[in-house]
Design a protein. Structure first.
Length: 269
């Protein structure tokens, strides 16, 4: 029964491949340059990768995991999904080391940015976790972006790690304009701008960008999770609860929304 369900799921995805998102239509694999070489010859696996990337940029990691795992099952030659699956694995786990090792092997004959992408996992932190983000990896993302400034995934995560004194605000606003003009998915940039302004105490600007994120991604769960966090930080528990509930309605497995709903309910008693 499990196999039948899996085949049915893949069939549905295959049927949807003709209606790709703007991100998929202008994929990083189409131009022979220094883009991360995410894709292979299996069209359905490539669609899994594209959807996984979209969920990663929207900080919907549990959904991304499902698509990246499916991609590796459909195309055993892909290294990129293994990088992300290593990121999502528990510290010092067999799964983490398996996916890291597979990524290293499969990227051996890829371009320099593909190898740099895998190298993000080379060092474990003090807890035994390999991770693609964090201050220690910011210079690697910067190098990847400098190698290929057109790579949206690389640009997004390089900019994500920038500090205010590095010009993060200008870089985020420029990226927002570029993504919109290209027809790319710009919701994640709105989210990052919301957090940038919230972190730097500009609550009016933060609210503006979180609201815009919810408007263009009403059926996502991270958009409402971010809006809920904004209201929670401003002690507007009623609106915070409303958005966390919307996040949970859109994705019943949203663990952070469940935790925050319980916390807010207790505070409102």
């Amino acid at each position: 029964m499990k196999n039948l369900f899996y085949l049915f799921f893949i069939s549905l995805i295959a049927l949807s491949c003709n209606q790709k998102s703007p991100e998929a239509q202008t994929s990083e694999a189409e131009t022979p340059s220094l883009y991360i070489e995410w894709y292979g010859d299996n069209e359905v696996a490539n669609e899994m990768v594209t959807r996984g990337m979209e969920h990663v940029m929207n900080v919907e990691f549990d959904k991304a995991f499902v698509f990246f795992e499916a991609a590796t099952q459909l195309d055993s030659t892909l290294f990129g999904p293994h990088v992300m699956l290593a990121q999502f694995s528990n510290a010092d786990s067999e799964n983490q080391e398996f996916h890291y090792a597979r990524a290293k092997v499969l990227a051996a004959d890829k371009n320099v940015n593909s190898k740099l992408f895998v190298s993000l996992l080379d060092e474990k932190n003090e807890k035994g976790k390999r991770q693609v983000w964090g201050a220690d990896n910011h210079l690697i993302w910067k190098k990847m972006y400098e190698n290929e400034p057109r790579g949206r995934f690389m640009r997004f995560w390089y900019t994500f790690g920038m500090a205010a004194e590095e010009g993060a605000e200008d870089a985020l606003l420029k990226m927002l304009g570029d993504f919109k003009s290209e027809g790319s998915n710009y919701g994640p940039v709105l989210n990052n701008l919301g957090y940038f302004y919230m972190k730097n105490g500009n609550m009016d600007k933060a609210k503006e960008y979180f609201e815009r994120y919810c408007q263009i991604r009403p059926n996502g769960y991270n958009s409402h999770d971010s809006m809920g966090e904004y209201y929670f930080n401003n002690r507007d528990y009623e609106n915070s609860l409303l958005h966390y509930q919307m996040a949970l309605d859109n994705y019943p497995a949203a663990s952070n929304a469940k935790t925050m709903i319980a916390e807010i309910t207790a505070l409102m008693k």
